[in-house]
Write a protein that binds this ligand. Structure first.
Ligand SMILES: Cc1cc2nc3c(=O)[nH]c(=O)nc-3n(C[C@H](O)[C@H](O)[C@H](O)COP(=O)(O)O)c2cc1C
Length: 187
């Protein structure tokens, strides 16, 4: 297994706009590998334009926002490709798809890194930010996971939130809790 990082992928659409979604990525040799599930807009965009950027941000509201209907985060134009990247990125890389390894469920896009830029120093690790990312994963799997497992894991993650969150992490946590509650009520 190789190391997987979580970032915000912005992908160029064929009509010239930018689509935003949290996505995991790994590095394999010279390539950055993206593996979006079928069906998804990210997958369609990577096939259509082959252009995308990965933004690294410590504002985990962007992750939680994308999963709770809040996708309108400020973007800036990329330098080398016709695509946006997160304005709040501490760093970003610009990508061009070099090769696709087809799979009916989860094709792999092997991307060439065209450019890498740093914009602000990495402020350090924060447990509440990690907890928000973990809670995002739970929220993205609400239809697959038993409600009691989701609740147990949220109770555990809440310890890091209570001890180490700032205002942005608390806001993100609130959105995710609302989404879980709405899912429970609809069940
Ligand atoms: C931290 C994190 C990592 C994710 N990684 C992936 C991934 O590697 N592949 C994937 O298909 N979805 C991943 N997702 C879920 C996508 O963000 C989500 O399905 C998104 O809406 C993509 O669909 P769209 O392109 O249609 O918007 C991840 C979500 C989170 C919160």
């Amino acid at each position: 297994m190789s190391l997987i990082f979580e970032a915000i992928l912005t992908s160029a659409t064929s009509d010239g706009t930018t689509h935003i979604a949290p996505l995991g990525f790994r590095r394999e040799g010279e390539f950055v590998v993206l593996a979006p599930f079928h069906p998804s807009r990210t997958l369609d965009n990577l096939r259509a334009t082959g252009l995308a950027a990965l933004s690294h941000t410590d504002d985990t509201r962007v992750f939680a926002g994308c999963l709770t209907g809040r996708r309108d985060w400020p973007l800036m134009p990329c330098e080398r490709i016709a695509c946006g990247r997160l304005e709040s990125a501490l760093s970003h890389i610009e990508l061009e798809v070099a090769r696709i390894e087809e799979d009916p469920l989860r094709p792999r896009f092997l991307c060439r890194e065209l450019l890498a830029r740093n914009h602000a120093p990495f402020p350090g690790h924060n447990r509440a930010q990690a907890a928000v990312i973990e809670a995002c994963i739970l929220v993205s799997r609400l239809n697959m996971l038993p409600a009691d497992k989701v609740q147990r894991e949220m109770d555990y993650l809440a310890i890091a939130i209570d001890k180490t969150a700032g205002p942005r992490e608390l806001e993100a946590w609130g959105w995710l809790r609302e989404k879980i509650a709405a899912h429970r009520e609809a069940a």
